[in-house]
Design a protein around this ligand. Structure first.
Ligand code: 3HC
Ligand code: NAI
Length: 706
């Protein structure tokens, strides 16, 4: 074997009459250039080797093939292309079979669909998730999947990005046979030999017709396109996916693949693809922290949650769902009964929707212990405190924890803003104290800010990241400051929004501008959902320490003083008659806004959506840069992930710091300097931003990976 061949990630060997092709490209057998070249070489060997009558493709390790190599996107293409490789394979004059035992996604499923027979083992997961990266399947996937599954189910699979189990893939027509076990090689070889013995014909998916009545199918696709446009507002690739399926229905394969390639390249070149790929990698990158190199996690199975309110109950559910056991501590009998009810409510909701059985609930609740005595938590491995946001209450709790918890127990606080160093200081073991900032609802929201105080031990930090993994959260490492990464930056862009409100835009215009940018909701809608009383309490708490020179917009206080807290009170910035979830504009709110402007002698001026968003985003990016220069966030991507997973930032824009790079940092800085002419105190450009602009650099240059 030549040196080059031995280094190839595609291993080829003859087993009797079967050429066994094993993709060995860890971690997920992505279809990088060397894999494509190896696959093509395997097909040529099959054609030329008279002894070989068939080829079996399997993946080594956990995956079959997880798709194209995402790292190659945006770089100059390197031959052979994936469509060329796949088409050559399908055209092969000898039998080609694949055995799928793990993920067969994107390009991986496209390879499989072009083989002549497909076998799936129980661990197989099949899907075309390109849409999540701003793409469409670009190696024949939009043309072959309708021929195997039918046009509508294929379009739905591609639009959802969903992974199908082996069983579901069989039912959908994507695979021909299921086999038991976890050895794709043995199962595949047996199947190939059986196919050869029975003289099974070569079947080329590209030669199949798309099943179903053409006119009916096209009408159904039109309807799907309308629904999709509503659901995926602003996204580029979903409509293109449907266009490709329409082409598959109407034209022969060769023409269809040509059109697919053109549309794939359009998607590849779209800024949305760049944003979504950044989001994909960043989401996996935030767990790579300096402490991980130096320490191993402490073991944990038994947790205690202090407080059974909104957050305590949500965190309890997250922990129970992760298979951990939880002792919940509350102040008194009444509060612990309410805490338990808060937990059970979540599971009862699932039972009502048919997503959980009463037996499963009982099994889960068997790991839950309610108590009002700290003695019940003497042997737990980790405590997460979620009591009132009051430093004195929290300090008292931590003194109790210090008294009762075993040595080595991790002591975490879910505080939103408070000084965790000060909380740690009341214990005799600050090395064990850390911040775990969950987001509401804690059993659903994926973000977990892991807040690292000065004295915490590295293995406690690593344990917190391990907890995040076990709860399927996306962890972001943050430093201690008022609000950490997310809430600190939020406070600043909310101030920018309030200034725009007072200067002339209505809350409804601001919300509309923010939605048009891609957020699911605007800031005033979010306030109504979360409860205006929460922000009001925070403002009152901070009033004493507020810089007296800083502009303070009182409009939100005027709304809250009336008891208009939002959805829960039937009105806030919007009206919610009879429990409506979608608010209506409220003329009385507009009158309050007008009165406040008049009080300050402000003549309202008009703002376009673009003008609103320039301020909103400049404030966000500027504070993000300050968070970076202070070391509160490790890298720009940590801020991006915080906003993508905790604050509804549109994923296709990659996150605020990625977005700033796409706009250009000189432009963002120029905006800040322009706004500083109106309010120099608020709009102080971050030193880091100025430095990057002076050096001609981007935030991306600070995102060293892994
Ligand atoms: N290309 C390059 N790297 C990839 C990759 C891909 N397609 N898929 C995963 N990786 C990398 C990850 O970045 C991660 O790297 P790291 O260890 O350095 O951080 C590593 O593989 C392991 O990934 P996960 O942490 O996600 O591992 P899991 O076991 O949790 O999940 C998976 C495995 C389900 C395969 C998941 O990684 C995944 O969903 N991958 C993406 C699949 C995908 O989107 N495929 C379509 C690609 S686009 C395409 O095929 C275009 C074609 O139509 C032309
Ligand atoms: P909550 O008011 O719903 O619940 C607090 C619970 O703590 C109450 O059930 C109360 O009885 C209990 N409690 C108070 N003192 C106690 C003590 N000494 N011992 C045991 N239990 C005690 O409050 P919520 O919203 O759950 O907030 C809790 C913490 O989580 C706060 O620090 C808050 O800042 C933080 N947080 C809140 C978020 C939210 O969206 N609500 C999001 C992220 C963090």
């Amino acid at each position: 074997m030549s040196e080059q061949a031995s280094a190839s990630p595609v291993q080829i060997r003859l087993d009797g009459e079967v050429l066994v092709v094993t993709i060995h490209n860890p971690p997920v057998n992505a279809l990088g250039q060397a894999v494509r070249a190896g696959l093509l070489a395997a097909v040529e060997q099959l054609e030329q080797n008279a002894q070989a009558r068939a080829m079996l493709i399997v993946g080594a390790g956990k995956a079959f093939i997880a798709g194209a190599d995402i790292r190659e996107f945006g770089k100059p293409p390197q031959p052979p292309s994936l469509p060329e490789t796949i088409n050559r394979m399908e055209a092969c004059s000898k039998l080609v079979v694949c055995a799928i035992h793990g993920p067969a996604l994107g390009g991986g499923l496209e390879v499989a669909m072009a083989t002549h027979y497909r076998l799936a083992l129980p661990g197989a997961r099949l899907g075309l998730p390109e849409v999540a990266l701003g793409l469409l399947p670009g190696a024949g996937g939009t043309q072959r999947s309708p021929r195997l599954m039918g046009a509508l189910p294929a379009a739905e699979l591609m639009l959802s990005g969903k992974h199908l189990s082996a069983k579901a893939a069989l039912a959908a027509g994507l695979v021909d046979r299921l086999v038991e076990g976890d050895d794709p090689l043995a199962a595949g070889l047996a199947c190939v030999r059986e196919l050869l013995a029975s003289g099974a014909p070569i079947r080329r998916t590209s030669a199949l017709p798309v099943p179903g009545d053409q006119a009916q199918t096209l009408a159904a696709l039109d309807q799907l396109a309308q629904d999709t446009a509503k659901k995926t507002r602003g996204l580029f690739s979903p409509a293109k996916i449907i266009d490709c399926v329409r082409v598959a229905v109407q034209t022969p394969f060769a023409e269809g693949s040509k059109r697919e390639r053109e549309m794939f390249v359009e998607c590849l070149n779209s800024p949305q693809r760049a944003g979504l790929v950044h989001a994909f990698f960043s989401e996996r990158e935030t767990a790579k922290i300096p402490e991980a190199k130096a320490a191993a996690p402490r073991p944990f199975t038994r947790l205690s949650i202090i407080g059974g309110g909104t957050m305590g109950a949500g965190i309890t559910v997250a922990a129970l769902d992760a298979g951990l056991s939880v002792v919940m501590i509350e102040r008194d009998a009444e509060s612990i009964a309410r805490g338990q009810k808060n937990v059970e409510k979540v599971y009862d909701g699932l039972i009502a929707k048919g997503r959980m059985t009463p037996e499963a609930k009982a099994a889960t609740m068997a790991r839950y212990t309610p108590s009002t005595s700290y003695d019940a938590i003497r042997d737990v491995d980790m405590v997460i405190e979620a009591v009132f946001e009051d430093i004195e209450v929290k300090k008292a709790v931590f003194k109790e924890l210090d008294r009762v918890c075993k040595s080595g127990c991790v002591l975490a606080t879910n505080t939103s803003y408070l000084d965790i160093d000060a909380i740690a200081a009341v214990t005799s073991r600050p090395q064990d104290v850390i911040g775990l900032h969950f987001f509401s609802p804690a059993n659903i929201m994926r973000l977990l800010e892991i807040v690292v105080p000065a004295k915490v031990a590295p293995d406690v930090v690593v344990t917190a990241f391990e907890l995040a993994k076990c709860m399927k959260k996306v962890p972001v490492r943050a430093g201690v400051c008022d609000g950490f990464i997310g809430n600190r930056i939020l406070a600043v862009y909310r101030d920018a929004a309030n200034a725009v409100l007072e200067d002339g835009a209505s809350p409804y215009e601001i919300d509309a501008a923010v939605r048009a940018f891609g957020y699911p909701m605007g800031p005033f809608q979010v306030s109504d959902l979360a409860g205006g009383d929460i922000g009001w309490a925070t403002r009152k708490r901070k009033a004493a320490t507020r810089d007296p020179r800083a502009r303070y917009v009182e409009i939100a206080d005027r709304i809250a003083e009336r008891g208009w807290y939002g959805q829960k009170t039937g009105r806030g910035w919007y009206l919610y008659p009879e429990g409506a979830r979608v608010g209506q504009q409220d003329p009385e709110v507009l009158a309050i806004v007008d009165a406040e402007r008049a009080k300050k002698g402000i003549t309202p001026r008009a703002f376009t959506h673009e003008e609103i968003m320039r301020r909103y985003m400049a404030a966000m990016v500027n504070e993000g840069a300050k968070v970076l220069e202070e070391g509160i966030a490790l890298r720009p991507l940590d801020i991006d992930v915080t906003f993508l997973f905790g604050y509804g930032f549109p994923r296709h824009r990659g996150g605020p710091m990625f977005w700033a790079d796409t706009v250009g940092l000189p432009k963002v800085l120029a905006d800040i300097e322009e706004f500083a002419r109106e309010d120099a105190l608020f709009w102080q450009p971050a030193a880091l931003l100025k430095k990057l602009v002076a050096e001609g650099k981007t935030f991306a240059s600070l995102n060293q990976r892994g």
